[in-house]
Design a protein around this ligand. Sequence first.
Ligand SMILES: C[S@@+](CC[C@H](N)C(=O)[O-])C[C@H]1O[C@@H](n2cnc3c(N)ncnc32)[C@H](O)[C@@H]1O
Length: 422
Amino acid sequence: MISNHYDWEPGSPAPVIRRHSEVKHAILRSYLVDYFLTLVASPAQDRIRLTIVDGFCGGGCYQNSSGKKVPGSPIVILEAMREAQVRIMDLQQRRKNIDIDVELICIDESAAAIEYLRYELEAMGYGNELKAGRIRTITGTFKDLAPTVIARAKDRSRRSGRAIFVLDQYGYKAVPRSVLASIFDTLHHAEVILTFNVDSLINYLSPGTLAAFERTTGFTGAVSAADLDRSIRSPGWRVHIQSSLYANITTTSGASFFTPFFIRPERGHGDFWLLHLSRHWKARDVMATAHWRHHNHFGHYGLPGFGMLHTGYAAKLNPENSLQAAFEFDDLAKLASNNAMLSQIPSMLAKYPDGIPFGAFFLENINTTPATRKMVQDSILELVRGKEVHVFGETGQKLNVRTDLRDAHILRLPSQKSFQFI
Ligand SMILES: C[S@@+](CC[C@H](N)C(=O)[O-])C[C@H]1O[C@@H](n2cnc3c(N)ncnc32)[C@H](O)[C@@H]1O
């Protein structure tokens, strides 16, 4: 059996990185750079303050298949901060520096991994940050340390409650529901990037282990014993379990917005989920954009337009009850998304005979689509050009919008259209 675990032993070579970790690092880097660029939108801003918690940080480096050293997640985070700083200075032609005031807290239950990481950080020139406490390393389990680090993040950012938690557990047992809820209850602008091997979790689950899973994680009722009973499993049971787990984790986490995409599996390793949970649509949009950018490595089993999860995630089985090719975030997927939205949007708008503001329409449906805000806007504008949707201002005047929809713009079907859908 292929081991899914990495070990760091001080003085020994770093473990060989596997593809899913490389993909995860690429998206983490890309997401963080975009996150900082989005946060520092104005040249007048001179500081952003937040805490990043790498809750399962590992030893900070790996070797790739050609023996070259490659960074682990704590170093990826630090490099992304530096890259963002350079890009902000350049894009905004700033004279004054932008102060990215991040405290990075690295947690691992393995003392050996933490020792490896500290050595690596020193070797990479981060010794001063370690001394000054801008990078902290702690040995212990994430669950036990969560209350302390959540309080620390809140203390550093009382008003905005800005923090990112990178939680890279192996199976799903080390991030209880109550900890996610506490993160989102305490920190107004919290985000969680949660990765785990969903197939290894499903392999572990059985009618006998279900109660222990529910006790440890607090995700009760996500999966039934019947779902797991080998003798009465339904066709497509794995997809069904993935779908119910997803629904249970996201709806009980306390987050408002999600992306549910998986890292396309490498042979023998099964699906890795990369769930992004946040309380703000913009954060979700930045993550969805990163998925489209790294389309080679990501997929989801759902449908291209809206309703991808309600109907798509579990139901996307072909007549032989095997999984259809997953949605791949490529140009074809983009086209399919646009086509699906062109046919779905008019019937969705038919529910609102008086119209609905674009912002509200978008927020209502964002969690059910792989599309970004820009993609939804482009599809609506195509319908506007085809006179299938009309746009009105807040005071009721009809507008001729060509490029940018504002949140307050009211979308409405032409009257005979709305009649057709009633
Ligand atoms: C997948 S590796 C981490 C890799 C790292 N995030 C990266 O991308 O480079 C998982 C790490 O989590 C640690 N770990 C496992 N269970 C843990 C727990 N309950 N709390 C904190 N760390 C844990 C392991 O010792 C291991 O170093």
